[in-house]
Design a protein around this ligand. Structure first.
Ligand code: NAI
Length: 329
């Protein structure tokens, strides 16, 4: 099983849980792309992450190398051409639910940091600046929170925000009865976007691409707090920058970014970054960016490793999976 985009923590967690499976694991730092497919020579399965681009060409070449399985060690699968995988006889699996609380709790961390400015307070106090000017926040209690997508992560996030005394309004294609019983109310998307805080938890697909754009930003509350821990493509970055400049967006926190494959998961501290949009975003005092770390907890990494190894074992043995949510094609 050849891993692409492997980081030290992937090596640590997959090796830790591999013993009962007995796979030969090969870890490659490189992204999976046409130029790196040779690294998959002799593999039955490749294991990829969010920024490996598994397009039609890659699927064709993987199949030609004898690869049978593409295992995504993440929940989202917008980076895989599923039709091409199927056409080339490749099975594709993912980790449909691994500690949704990890992502939901990170969304909360972003909200609290942006609101109470603890990141700024930390630096100030270290420099013996004990002034409070510029650190004013607001109570979350009583505020309206709009949640787009109430699947595994959205559900966990709704419960957290209800616990803080917020009024939670949600939009999804299907309303969740358990959440309604807890007090969450479902509304059309445009009403949900009018909340004080809007948090995105839906997948990226043709319907949701640039869900947050010039038009939807114009309908949001002036000064809205916008949180995206889902996928970068949900937000039109240039529209968000304009929204921030005009003050329409009062706070923005993102753990995902449209062009993140050129930046995230790497140390670029000595590099001149060519992406002007991220540089502009980083220059706003009311923007907080984390580099796709919402999933990054011990519990989530353990779950990702065991689910992935289990799925690959089942697929190699029987060509099928008992957990159908994990099997994409
Ligand atoms: P899920 O599949 O359990 O839930 C997604 C929900 O979105 C479903 O309820 C679905 O009905 C809803 N949905 C689909 N299309 C929609 C639309 N057009 N408008 C509104 N709702 C729509 O997925 P889960 O596990 O909750 O993950 C959500 C997203 O979070 C993933 O797609 C992934 O992109 C992202 N994610 C980010 C991570 C990070 O580290 N930042 C880690 C894990 C997931």
């Amino acid at each position: 099983m050849v891993f692409f985009s492997a980081q030290p923590y992937d090596i640590k967690f997959f090796n830790r849980f591999n013993e009962p499976f007995g796979f030969e694991l090969v870890f490659q730092e490189s992204r999976l792309k046409p130029g790196t497919i040779n690294l998959a020579e002799g593999a039955d399965a490749v294991c990829v992450f969010v920024n490996d681009k598994v397009n039609a060409e890659v699927c064709k070449q993987l199949a030609a190398k004898g690869v049978k399985i593409i295992a995504l060690r993440c929940a989202g699968f917008n980076n895989v051409d599923l039709e091409a995988a199927k056409a080339n006889g490749l099975k594709v699996c993912r980790v449909p639910a691994y500690s949704p609380e990890a992502v939901a709790e990170h969304a909360l961390a972003l909200i609290l940091t942006l609101n109470r400015k603890t990141h700024k307070a930390y630096n100030r106090v270290r420099e013996q600046n004990f002034s409070l000017n510029g650190l004013l926040g607001f109570n979350l209690h009583g505020k309206t929170v709009g949640v787009v997508g109430t699947g595994n992560i959205g559900k966990s996030f709704c419960r957290i925000m209800l616990g803080l005394g917020c009024q939670v309004k949600a939009f999804d294609l299907i309303a969740n009865k358990d959440l309604e019983a807890l007090g969450v109310t479902y509304h059309p998307l445009m009403d949900v976007l009018k909340a004080d805080i809007v948090s995105l938890h839906c997948p990226l697909n043709n319907q949701t691409q640039h869900l947050i754009n010039d038009n939807t930003i114009a309908m949001m509350q002036p000064g809205v707090m916008l949180i995206n821990t889902s996928r970068g493509g949900l937000i039109d970055t240039k529209a968000a920058i304009e929204g921030l400049k005009s003050g329409r967006i009062g706070y923005l926190a993102i753990d995902v970014y449209e062009q993140e494959e050129h930046l995230f998961f790497r140390d670029l501290s000595t590099t001149v970054i060519q992406d002007d949009d991220i540089q502009r975003l980083m220059s706003f005092p009311n923007v907080l960016i984390t580099a796709h770390q919402a999933f990054f907890t011990d519990e989530a990494l353990s779950q990702i490793a065991t689910t992935t190894l289990n799925s690959v074992q089942q697929l190699l043995k029987s060509g099928n999976l008992t957990n159908q949510a994990a099997l994409l094609v």
